[in-house]
Design a protein around this ligand. Structure first.
Ligand code: CP
Ligand code: NVA
Length: 305
């Protein structure tokens, strides 16, 4: 049976640890072993309904380095759900390609795509979540800290797709997760309830950024207006000012704290230049790790390792 990766919770706890171990292994191996070509002769279709730099670069380069060929389909190539039904394109792509990575608006569309495709489907971001990103984030945190013990991760800003993936990770790995956001910008209520009732991690959703960052091992932020919401940017900016990650906020954690951002960053809005360029910032390691972790995910769900 084919395996998809649409949510972090599609993997068990053991599988998540396996992917993290594998990410480190593959990260070294693609540099040292030119004969390592597990996807030789295979093609990956990359379907994008939204813009992307990192997701396209990391999947295309990663699949190429593992011996395969990746094909980019941009927003106007398919015009999913309008020019062509999801269930039709899912079956067409499956006839040509060995794997599908899709970045779509509606989360229902990626579920439908996985239902109709007979090849593995990987979620490259939807309005609901961004599982590859958060797998790369936790790998980056593990690399920098050496372990994931007693971790307090504080997310500041919009309760968006990235936050929903953090909540799903909190259902598989134990950590203390705090999301501090303005009222009415909380993460998906059903996902919060599920993460809390899982009882594995401590979950807090609050509105005071200063209280939130106390003792944080990691401070994380993302844009205040996601793709598809850019027309709301001006209005959102009014509500988010106190959630900006700046030097004063980073200094108030009382710990040595890492700064992460999925990127692209809107410098001067959700994060200052000085935090982006500070020694605490691991954002470029995080961006690089997208490729290594996704390579591991593709290998794991296709049973290659
Ligand atoms: N972080 C991330 O997914 O970046 P892109 O939108 O550039 O792919
Ligand atoms: N929340 C952002 C993430 C971009 C990688 C968005 O959806 O636009």
């Amino acid at each position: 049976m084919k395996r998809d990766f649409l949510h972090i919770t599609d993997l068990t706890t053991d599988e998540i640890h396996h992917v993290l171990d594998l990410s480190a292994e593959v990260k070294t191996r693609i540099r040292t072993d030119k004969d390592y070509q597990p996807f030789k002769g295979q093609s990956l279709a990359m379907i994008f309904a939204k813009p992307s730099a990192r997701t396209r670069l990391s999947f295309e380069t990663g699949f190429f380095l593992l011996g395969g060929h990746a094909i980019y389909l941009g927003p106007s190539d398919i015009d999913i759900g309008k020019r062509e039904a999801v269930k039709d394109i899912a079956r067409v792509v499956s006839r040509y390609n060995h794997m599908i990575m899709a970045r779509l608006f509606a989360h229902d569309h990626i579920i439908e795509m996985a239902t109709y495709a007979d090849k593995p489907v990987i979620n490259g971001l939807t309005d609901y979540n961004h599982p590859c990103q958060v797998m790369a984030d936790i790998f980056t945190i593990q690399e920098h800290r050496g372990n994931l013990k007693d971790l307090k991760i504080v997310y500041l800003g919009d309760g968006n797709n990235v936050v929903n993936s953090w909540l799903r990770l909190a259902m598989r790995l134990p950590f203390h997760f705090v999301c501090a956001c303005p009222e009415n910008y909380e993460p998906d209520a059903e996902t919060v309830r599920a993460a809390v009732s899982e009882g594995l991690s401590e979950i807090e959703i609050m509105h005071d950024p200063k209280t939130a960052v106390k003792d944080a091992d990691v401070v994380y932020t993302d844009v205040w207006a996601s793709m598809g919401q850019k027309h709301e940017a001006k209005e959102r900016e009014k509500h988010f000012q106190e959630y900006q990650v700046n030097d004063a906020l980073m200094a108030s954690t009382g710990r040595q704290t890492l700064f992460l951002h999925c990127l692209p960053a809107e410098r001067g809005r959700e994060v200052t230049d000085s935090v982006m360029e500070s020694p605490a910032s691991v954002v470029f390691d995080e961006a690089e790790n997208r490729m290594h972790v996704q390579n591991a995910i593709m290998l794991a769900i296709t049973g290659r390792i």
